[in-house]
Design a protein around this ligand. Sequence first.
Ligand code: DAH
Length: 335
Amino acid sequence: MSQDGSFSDLDAIEKKALAAVEAAGDAEALDQVRIQVLGKKGSLKQILRNLGGLTPEERPLFGARANVVKEKVQAALDEAKSRLGSPAKPGAANPSATEDLTLPGLMPERGSRHPVRLVMARMSRIFASLGFEVADGPEVEDEWHNFTGLNIPADHIARDPSENFFLTDDLLMRSQTSTVQVRVMENSQPPLRIISPGKVFRPDEVDATHHYMFHQLEGLVVDEGMTFGHLKTTLLTFFQQLLQDENMKLRLRPSFFPFTEPSAEVDLWWRGKWMEMGGCGMVDPNVLEAVNIDPEKYTGFAFGLGVERVTMASYNIPDIRYFTENDVRFLRQFS
Ligand code: DAH
């Protein structure tokens, strides 16, 4: 019955084919096995052509069994092929044959924090250690929060459209972070001790010290019995902690801001020169009244520091434009 095809012949074909796959040393030998077993004139095809000795019931069973053999042999061939690789492309399926694993890997390029953000975070940390909380406000503001609530009269030069980025008649890109003072006082009663770092916008011509977008860090304290002494001590302590330099000096130079009275410019002496860092003063009673805080009971002080200025002083950066040019040779130095 063997030449007519039998189940034991199928077993034999399977056993022989799998052994041949196992023994094959290269892709070419594998291909020979494939042709001899699965090819047009291969042993599996041959045996399926001679089913005369089988009963009609046996034939479909035999066919099914032959299919299983075919799949097993094909799977063994595939597996062996990926193990041995294809002769046409030596080493392709076997990287270790062609790749030098001792070469250094490809390092992903990591970004670094922007120096302005870095210094802003450092400033915020110091103020946090002095008991200040961080408050936030929108970059698009209305005239009330940017001017009116801050005691800036309607005809003040700071409100001129040429001095601001107005979006509508009433909305503008905020020109100062002092806006957050009004927002905080509108929503809560003293004691208040907040800082608010963020972006401000002014249509200034760009040069080494001016930009149309920069950062300020606003501070506000309102409580009973606050004096100019508290203001000066707060700023002095802040700069001492920031710069860690006993030779640094702070000077509060008389000035004017509509929302503080008295007002002063904050000057810093460091590394042999005076530098303007911002403005400060005692909160004007009109500002407190506008947000329904009793100026007879409470006094307060406020300050606004230029973050770019502090950053430029800290790192000796000569030009404010470096911050927005995005030259990685500059930015990388702060990682
Ligand atoms: N907002 C002022 C500016 O942008 C800076 C400033 C001055 C803020 C005095 C204050 C302050 O809080 O008390 O020029």
